[in-house]
Write a protein that binds this ligand. Structure first.
Ligand code: GDP
Ligand code: MN
Length: 355
């Protein structure tokens, strides 16, 4: 389960990890927001800064318009239900810090970089420190962080931070906590400027989780960001079989996506928008066996997506089941072909990849 920023930061705060003070905004008419303020769209995706989802507001006149605009602005297909209004920090530097589960070695690792923030993709892979944190080596890891960040005077602070973060990570069964940026303020404080947190769904029985629902996201799994084939299917079994079939044909599936029973235009648009984040996608394979889902609903969503997203890779569609005849007519009117079998879709996708 992927948490929204405000949910993740609420958890961090419980573990004494400094976060900016904040108010959660649910409507334009919200009162008593201290200025200046940073408004942040609460969507389950990163890159909000670049997409216009983070706004620094200095005066009352701009505040209401900015909130209204943010609530209307979709980011990578996601519309926010809430806006996080945070105290504006004066930033002297932005660092990168994350904790992840390394599955092959069964360890928790810390990754850190002296450069964080929105340009983090520009960092060379070998510029990160990547060390194991065990629950017994906080002092050593804190020292390594201080060295990495070139902040020797903050060694004690970083040792405490990593201890608290590790406690937060393990107590909540997290698989990822990413703090980017970890802000160093002009008055020499280290504060979590942003947080991405993913909790392990398999551990849900141990917790009483109650978070804002982020649909479609839950059933979307990135397999390989360099993958060439995107997949969309309904039902976890069919979605897995589709991914396997792509792989068996010698292509690299980028993702697993189960759009579930109630696939509508909104869910599909979100999916298409997310797939747009992968640089190497050559084709999208859609494999729907409609029972509760209706073929005509899926067809309408595909048509809407084709109209709204300008640079959509070619679609190879296999549809069967409820209301197939309606779907066939709708798609034919738009000159969007349906293929009879998944094998045909994969063969066509393979041609597209080798072009
Ligand atoms: P993301 O783009 O979705 O990762 O959103 P972030 O929460 O990381 O914000 C993006 C960028 O906005 C940060 O890297 C900062 O440069 C900037 N930003 C966020 N909060 C503040 C703030 O309080 N003060 C200032 N000056 N900049 C901020
Ligand atoms: Mn960020």
């Amino acid at each position: 389960m992927k948490l929204l920023e405000y949910e993740a930061k609420n958890i961090l705060a419980k573990y004494n990890i400094p976060v900016p003070s904040s108010v959660l905004i649910k409507s334009v008419s919200q009162k008593d927001i201290p200025l200046p303020v940073v408004l942040k769209s609460q969507v389950p995706t990163g890159g909000r800064g670049r997409a216009g989802g983070v706004k620094i507001i200095d005066n009352q006149q701009d505040l209401n318009t900015a909130i209204a605009n943010l609530l209307k602005l979709p980011i990578k297909g996601f519309l926010p239900k809430t806006i996080l209004a945070e105290e504006k920090m004066t930033i002297s530097h932005e660092y990168y810090l994350s904790l992840i589960v390394d599955r092959p070695s069964g360890t928790v690792r810390v990754m850190a970089n002296i450069n964080g923030g929105t340009e983090v993709e520009d960092n060379e892979a070998d510029s990160y420190i990547n060390v194991e944190v065990t629950g017994k080596n906080f002092d050593a890891v804190g020292e390594q962080l201080a060295e990495c960040y070139n902040l020797p005077e903050q060694t004690f602070v970083l040792q405490d931070l990593i201890e608290n973060l590790y406690d937060c990570f393990t107590s909540n069964d997290a698989t990822l906590i990413e703090i980017n940026p970890l802000v160093y303020t002009s008055d020499n404080k280290l504060i979590a400027g942003d947080c991405k947190m993913t909790l392990d769904d398999n551990a849900a029985f141990r917790h009483k989780w109650k978070f804002e629902e982020t649909p479609a996201e839950a059933n979307f799994v990135t397999l390989d960001t360099n993958g060439t084939i995107a997949t969309i299917a309904n039902g976890a079994g069919l979605a897995m079989a589709t991914v396997d079939a792509v792989h068996d044909m010698g292509m690299i599936p980028a993702n697993f996506l189960d759009i579930g029973g109630g696939a509508n235009t909104e869910t599909l648009l979100k999916a298409f928008n997310r797939l747009g984040e992968y640089p190497n996608i050559k084709a999208i394979v859609i494999n729907i066996f409609a029972g509760i889902t209706r073929c005509d609903e899926v067809a309408r969503a595909i048509i809407a997506a084709k109209r709204q997203i300008t640079e959509l890779p070619p679609l190879f569609i296999r549809l069967a089941g409820t209301n197939f005849d309606v779907a066939e007519r709708l798609l034919a009117d738009e000159h969007i072909p349906i293929l009879a079998t998944l094998e045909e879709c994969l063969a066509a996708a393979k041609q597209e990849v080798s072009r």
